[in-house]
Write a protein that binds this ligand. Structure first.
Ligand code: 4NP
Length: 157
């Protein structure tokens, strides 16, 4: 919790493609239905610390009304495990990396984004070394996961 507000941290490896896209998508979807929630994203690696989200992620998302302004890459820090109610990884490697440093008392907060929806995939694949189609597919999966996560939040109050 951040004060009285539920909070979610989206996590991928680099925090420049998938998790900032999830942050932008979820911010819009939450705002559209008036859901008050603290939203952030981070990476398990710090290669791109301080960088803006990847242009390819932005270009497939901006036409759909998602806003990446002000987003800047950061690495997951220990305080995140206490602060956030939900820590949602994009792939199984993210989950493994998170659980290596997450205290046992907070490990229940860590899960895959796509575990909240019925998707053809369980993981949001890393698009970094691929083409535009991979970025479009990632956005599609993130939208599905976000819709499922919103359903979960509204069902559990
Ligand atoms: P992301 O993608 O985890 O979705 O942000 C990546 C970004 C950068 C790298 C790998 C994946 N990289 O190796 O620099």
């Amino acid at each position: 919790m951040v004060g009285d507000t539920t909070s979610v941290l989206f996590v991928c490896l680099g925090n420049i493609c998938r998790s900032p896209s999830a942050e932008a998508v979820f911010k819009k979807k939450a705002a559209d239905i008036g859901l008050i929630i603290e939203i952030d994203s981070a990476g398990t690696a710090g290669y791109h610390k301080g960088a803006a989200p990847d242009k390819r992620s932005q270009s497939v998302a901006i036409d759909k009304g998602y806003d990446f302004k002000g987003l800047k890459c950061r690495k997951v820090v220990k305080q995140d495990f206490k602060k956030f109610d939900y820590i949602l990884g994009m792939d199984n490697q993210n989950i493994t990396n998170l659980l290596e440093t997450c205290p046992v008392e907070f490990q229940h907060k860590v899960s895959l984004l796509l575990s909240f929806c019925e998707s053809e995939e369980q993981e949001v694949p890393d698009p970094y070394y691929g083409g535009k189609g991979g970025f479009e597919y990632v956005l599609d999966l993130i939208e599905q996961g976000s819709d499922g996560f919103i359903e979960h939040l509204t069902a559990t109050g």
